[in-house]
Design a protein around this ligand. Sequence first.
Ligand SMILES: CC(C)(COP(=O)(O)OP(=O)(O)OC[C@H]1O[C@@H](n2cnc3c(N)ncnc32)[C@H](O)[C@@H]1OP(=O)(O)O)[C@@H](O)C(=O)NCCC(=O)NCCS
Length: 197
Amino acid sequence: MSETRSYPRRVKTDAGEIEFRMMARSDEAAVLAFAKALPTHDLLFLPRNISEPKVLSAWINEIERGAIVSLLALRGKTVVGSGTLVRDPHSWSPHVGEIRMVVSQDVRGQGVGRALSQETFAIALGAGLEKLSVQMTVDQQAAIALFESLGFKAEALLRDQVRDVDGKTHDIVVLGHNVAQVRAQMEAYGLPAAVQH
Ligand SMILES: CC(C)(COP(=O)(O)OP(=O)(O)OC[C@H]1O[C@@H](n2cnc3c(N)ncnc32)[C@H](O)[C@@H]1OP(=O)(O)O)[C@@H](O)C(=O)NCCC(=O)NCCS
């Protein structure tokens, strides 16, 4: 997946300095520790439970295959967030990317999620995608507010779409963003460098 941004990159947040860099096989143990510390409810938006080693290993296989790009947010050596861009160039939606993002509970509300979403968004723009989507359980107020502030709009509600470990079902909301339209607007404003890919 092509992208124009270079990593590692450091960003100052209210949680201190955060390093963003691409995730690799060598991060497996640190990412597993990060995922295991997350409340399982916060993982319901993902197709599989990433706190299971087998799932995490499959995720890294996908990164190595080039099918997905995952950015890690690190504070020191500790993983405090991950942002992933998923796309399938061989599907009927080669122009669409899905963003999947999660931040450690102990650093939430301090700007890490916003910085991570901006990085992931920039990668998606650089990859030339035309549409982006995100999905989350309807009670993830912070996630919905964050993506709406980036211009995403609700497109679908999937009732009882996921079932948690206690057997309770939850609704999923899907938000979409027409990136191609934004790119065209930026070009109209004379900002081609910001949208080059
Ligand atoms: C969504 C998530 C990644 C945000 O991470 P974060 O580091 O807390 O985010 P930030 O501190 O950068 O806050 C970003 C925005 O979220 C909103 N927000 C943050 N905390 C909030 C809260 N408690 N209630 C409502 N909105 C909130 C605000 O709009 C904030 O914008 P601001 O920069 O104007 O303050 C995090 O809550 C998370 O991991 N949630 C669980 C996983 C999930 O559902 N992911 C969504 C799937 S893509």
